[in-house]
Unconditional design. Structure first.
Length: 335
């Protein structure tokens, strides 16, 4: 005889109890998985006294990215299960129960949390999550050479966000698993402090090297530190990230969303399309500057040519034509 066959037992009530218990388990599982991924990421980062090999670095990125995605989507599921579908309008409960569906991207999850759930994930946090996702995709699909310093910096920024996110958005609704979450968060806070300490120590060691270069030092698109020194061979002094050319560095800077505009202008000094509009330099982090990524000339006071050729006009010139357009007009007059 089953429980529902016993006299005095309401079969409908028993079914409801089973449904409620199943939904509670589903609500927590992503959180536990996400926190386990976080612990694993920092286990890999701490190998070899903080100098992990290529394999550990790879799994640190993969597991940290997995943690971010799982935890963000756990909050979406709490709002409504259909929000984790790539197209919520086509969501089916049966597909969700089986896990047979295409889910939204991690940045899509961020945007839905902001726009639908009305959270306040900042642009800086969104950018850090996106950068980590790009690193993960490169490692998974293309192969990737990365710096442990850059990964540590990414990990510190993302973990800082995640600990607050877990505390404010996920922990309050957990019940039986609450003690596990609290213990794990305590361990993660300790590891975050260690990661931040490593970042701070390295930045402090670089102060002498970066001193006097603040006017032509920008934020590195790889590690987000203010340590990318511009020049013929621009390189980040923090994570040692260096692309083959200044043009690749400028393009990477734009792709990371670090500038106010996404087009490069031609530099009057070096005649290359390497002037980034709306960049920020270490000495003026609250202001936008227009600066060439190879010769480091500041063109903030200059204006765009009236002919919309991508050239720049010096501030003391009364007309609105750049040198190239002036030369073209002069050639036409003499021809």
């Amino acid at each position: 005889m089953t429980a529902t066959d016993q006299p005095g037992v309401d079969p409908t009530l028993e079914r409801k109890k089973r449904v409620v218990r199943r939904r509670r388990d589903m609500d927590f599982t992503p959180v536990r998985n996400g926190m386990d991924f976080l612990l694993s990421a920092f286990d890999h980062l701490s190998q070899r006294n903080g100098e992990p090999g290529a394999r550990d670095l790879k799994y640190a990125v993969l597991h940290l990215q997995a943690a971010v995605e799982v935890l963000l989507k756990a909050r979406l599921i709490r709002e409504h299960w259909s929000l984790v579908f790539s197209d919520p309008g086509k969501a089916k409960r049966g597909d969700y129960e089986k896990g047979s569906f295409n889910s939204c991207t991690v940045l899509g999850a961020v945007d839905r949390l902001n726009n639908i759930v009305a959270l306040q994930i900042t642009q800086e946090q969104r950018k850090a999550i996106g950068n980590l996702a790009d690193t993960r995709n490169a490692l998974t699909h293309l192969g990737h050479t990365g710096s442990v310093y850059a990964i540590e910096a990414q990990a510190a920024t993302v973990l800082d966000f995640l600990l607050n996110f877990i505390h404010e958005e996920l922990r309050p609704v957990l019940s039986s698993e609450g003690p596990y979450v609290e213990d794990t968060m305590g361990e993660l806070r300790t590891r975050l402090g260690q990661a931040k300490a490593l970042v701070s120590q390295r930045l402090n060691r670089l102060q002498g090297e970066l001193q006097g270069a603040g006017d032509y030092t920008v934020q590195c698109p790889e590690c987000q530190q203010w340590a990318l020194v511009l020049g013929d061979e621009p390189s980040c002094r923090f994570c040692l990230h260096q692309l083959d050319t200044a043009h690749e560095t400028a393009s990477s800077y734009l792709d990371a969303g670090l500038a106010s505009f996404d087009e490069l202008l031609i530099c009057p000094s070096c005649a290359e399309y390497l002037v980034v509009q709306g960049a920020t330099v270490a000495s003026k982090q609250s202001a936008n500057v227009d600066i060439c990524f190879v010769c480091a000339t500041d063109y903030t006071a200059w204006r765009l040519c009236d002919f919309q050729c991508g050239g720049l006009v010096p501030p003391d010139r009364e007309d609105g034509l750049c040198d190239g357009c002036w030369a073209g007009i002069a050639d036409e007059k003499h021809s």
